[in-house]
Structure formats: C-alpha cells, structure tokens
Write a protein that binds this ligand. Structure first.
Ligand SMILES: Cc1ncc(COP(=O)(O)O)c(C=O)c1O
Length: 445
C-alpha cells in the first residue's frame, strides 16, 4: 500500500496506463467507469496529514460505490450522507451510527421516517438540519437525538454558480438567526452537538480569501452559540476542496488551506470537522468510451462516442472541463496529427458534448478515449435519459481489476414501468439490447 510520502498531489490523465485501460474496455465493454482505490487512499492520507487535528467525513454524494465507502472508513473517515439512501449505503459499508452524519435539505417525509427509525437502532447518528421546519418534523416523529444546525453564512465559493451553496437561500438557516434556533432546539430536548456550513464545491486556491472569511464567520458563530447553548462538540466547515481538471492548473495548496482554516476559526472549544468529497475521488477515476463516428462538420471534426451527458453530466451541466486522451493513438506506433475536434455523445441534445474544438490527435473510428477526473460526480449523476442504461464500474485494487457494478440493460430501464403495468420479467426477453456489438469495434492495438 502506498504511503503519503510518495503520492503526487495530483494524478494527471497522462499517468494512467493506456494498455491496461484499453484491455478493460475490451473485457468489460464501453462506456466504462474505472476507479483506482489506491489513489483514493493516497488522496485521503494527504488531506488527513494537512488536517491532523480535524475529524474527516467523506461526502458520499461524490461517489457512493460501496468499495469507496469501505476504503475511506478503513482510512478513518466518517460518512456525510445527503439522503436516506446514502445513510443506508453507509450502514451497509459497516459504519456505526456515530460515523454517520445525515444532512437534511428539504428532506422528503419518506427520508425522515426512515432516518428516525434508523436512529432508534443507531442512537449515535447525527442529523444536520437547515430549517426550523425540519426540526419540527423531527420532533413530530419523536426524534430528540444529536442535532447539528446548518447555517447560511452569506458567502459562496466554488467552480460554478450552480455549486456555490454558502449564500444560496436554499441552504441553511441565516447565520444571524442560528443562536435563537439552537437555543430553542436545546430547550425542546434536542442534543445540540454542532454547527455546519458548506460554502460550495470545487473551491480553488484563488478563493482562499472567501474561505478565510467564511471560516471566521463560523468561528464567531461557534463562540456565540457556546455562550447561550453551551459548548459544541464540533464545527463543520463542509467540503469543497478543489482539484485541478486542466493540465495547466496547479493543485490546491492543502497546507495553506489548513493554516487559513485554523487561523480564521480562532480559539474554540470544539472539534473542527471537514467533509470533502471530490478531493478523494476525482483524480482516482476515468471514464472510457468507444469512438463510433467521425464526421467532418462545417467548422470542426465531430468525434461521436458512446458515453454522453447521461454518463457524465458535468460538461453539460457546469461547462466543466475534463481532460480527454486517445488511448488507442497513444498505443499506436504512428504519430497522429493534432486537429481541433468536438467530442459528442449519443444524446439528442446540443449540450451533449465533452469538448468543443479541442486539439487532440486525429481520432479514428474504433479508438478508445479516456475522460479524466471522472471519479467525482460522474457515475453519481448518471441517469437514464433517452432510455440509456447506466455504464459498468470497475475497481482497481491490490494490483487487480474487478467489476464493482454491472452495466445496466434496457430491461433495467423499463422494468419499473412493466411491473407497474402488471407484466412480469418473464413476459419479455431479459436483455434485448446487449451492451455492445464487436462489429464496428475493430480496434487498432
Ligand atoms: C453539505 C455538503 N458537504 C460536502 C460536500 C462535498 O463537496 P466537495 O465534493 O466539493 O468536497 C457537498 C457537495 O455538494 C455538500 O453539499
């Protein structure tokens, strides 16, 4: 197992073994997510070394694969869960109640019912609430366990406006009302244990001033709360640690972020908690996709691939940049010409492109492309739009590759409707659209 000492602070797409990845597509088909658990461990250890005095929760939403949860638990992380489903995954990964924080954002009744039932069995779990209504709804269900209040500090940061949560009205109780809300909750018998906020996702080094101001506000609030309600167990300043997606982007200087966090928080009688997601998994994952179409368009060459915005939605949703590498070209003896290309998926939306006019080695039909930094918010945000089954996921661990989650079939997509309409699986063929045919995949090896 690798040590922190020899783990680079960023793993670029060029560092992946092209032959190994190409073999995985040959064996398991395309599109295919690949996640390297050793890299997940390295990322955890690097961050934990920078924050030796913090409790670390992993934000499960970044990548909820059971192997990831088990690995990060082994490393010492607790689990921050955004839904009852994620809490269920956390418990299935062996977490005890005390390792689980459930962050409720306008929680559906079904989630709250399940969480309160689960709390009776696991009384140490923590529920983080972002509104007084959620506190009332918990009380109505008999919950008086560990309660953390998510506050809205009025400062947002992150890689895109859609992930800047710290000033978005949707999230948390305005910081100026937090003391009253917590005093009231304590008076009603809740076990008030912490305050929480998450400024946004993908925060970069040049947003360090925003981070500092945000943490300072959390420190001030913690001191005010402790005067009125008593000492808190923890102050959770969320996740958001950015990773470089472009090759010319520098990795986050973790030491500076850690120093700024400690300094801005000031003296408090509470543990510092952080809950990163992306940082642990982003560069541990790649998405592999087959090229099925090459088309000379008016101003660009279109490279048609079998992954799309349903497989990895970040480019379409956030205009996110992901590095793209042609594995087949890299394995080819012949040098290929660099030309501007637009890599597009099979979905009937103009937004279904992974890059536009990017200089890449001239692609050929049958090539395999790797899309980098796909380990965070990749599979988790995949969906079945256009009735497209979700891809398979492969885990790399201990020198081996294994299937961690099978590829969905069209049958998986249509089953709920068929069952609702009274039919049974037996009424239909189970998989009338096999994952891929080899007919047009004559790859150059
Ligand atoms: C409450 C909360 N905590 C933690 C995170 C993790 O953020 P990141 O993956 O950027 O570290 C998120 C992401 O949206 C979040 O909403």
């Amino acid at each position: 197992m690798t040590d922190v000492g020899d783990s680079p602070s960023v793993r670029r797409l060029s560092a992946w073994d092209a032959a190994e990845l190409q073999t995985l597509v040959d064996d398991y088909g395309s599109p295919l997510y690949v996640l390297d658990l050793e890299r997940v461990r390295q990322n955890y250890r690097r961050l934990a070394a920078a924050f030796p005095d913090a409790d670390i929760l992993y934000a499960v939403k970044a990548n909820a694969l059971g192997d990831v949860l088990t690995t990060l638990r082994e490393e010492g992380a607790g689990l921050e869960c955004a839904s009852a489903g994620e809490v269920q995954r956390a418990l299935e990964a062996g977490a005890s109640g005390s390792e689980v924080h459930y962050t409720a954002v306008n929680p559906p009744a079904r989630d709250l019912d399940w969480i309160v039932d689960t709390w009776r069995e696991h009384p140490d779990l923590t529920v983080t609430v972002g509104s007084e209504d959620t506190i009332d709804r918990l009380a109505d269900r008999g919950y008086d366990g560990r309660l953390c209040l998510r506050v809205n500090p009025g400062i947002g940061a992150g890689h895109h406006e859609k992930v800047q949560t710290g000033a978005a009205a949707k999230f948390g109780v305005p910081a100026e009302r937090a003391v009253d809300v917590l005093a009231d909750a304590a008076g009603r018998g809740f076990d008030v244990v912490g305050i929480h906020s998450h400024v946004g996702s993908g925060v970069s080094s040049d947003q360090l001033d925003d981070h500092r101001e945000f943490v300072a506000r959390m420190g001030d609030l913690a001191r005010k709360v402790s005067h009125v309600v008593g000492d808190l167990e923890f102050v959770d300043v969320g996740g958001g640690f950015g990773v470089p997606y472009r090759t010319d982007e520098e990795p986050l200087d973790l030491e500076s972020v850690a120093d700024a966090t400690r300094e801005a928080l000031g003296e408090i009688d509470a543990r510092l908690t952080i809950e990163p997601g992306r940082y642990f998994v982003a560069d541990a994952g790649v998405l592999l996709t087959d090229v099925n179409t090459i088309k000379a368009a008016r101003d660009t060459t279109v490279v048609g691939v079998d992954a799309g915005m349903t497989t990895l939605i970040r480019p379409a949703m956030y205009d996110a940049y992901h590095p793209i590498r042609n594995l087949t070209a890299d394995l080819d003896a012949d040098e290929r010409e660099m030309i501007p290309q637009t890599v597009a998926g099979p979905i009937c939306e103009s937004g279904d492109v992974f890059c536009a006019d990017r200089e890449l080695p001239a692609t050929e039909r049958g090539d395999v492309l790797a899309i980098g930094n796909a380990g965070a918010y990749g599979y988790e945000m995949a969906n079945q739009y256009n009735s497209r089954p979700r891809p398979a996921s492969i885990i790399l661990a201990d020198g081996d590759a294994r299937l961690a989650r099978r590829r969905e079939t069209v049958d998986d997509v249509t089953r709920p409707e068929r069952e609702t309409c009274g039919g049974t699986d037996a009424d239909r063929k189970t998989d009338d659209h096999p994952a891929a045919s080899d007919t047009d995949n004559q790859r150059v090896r």
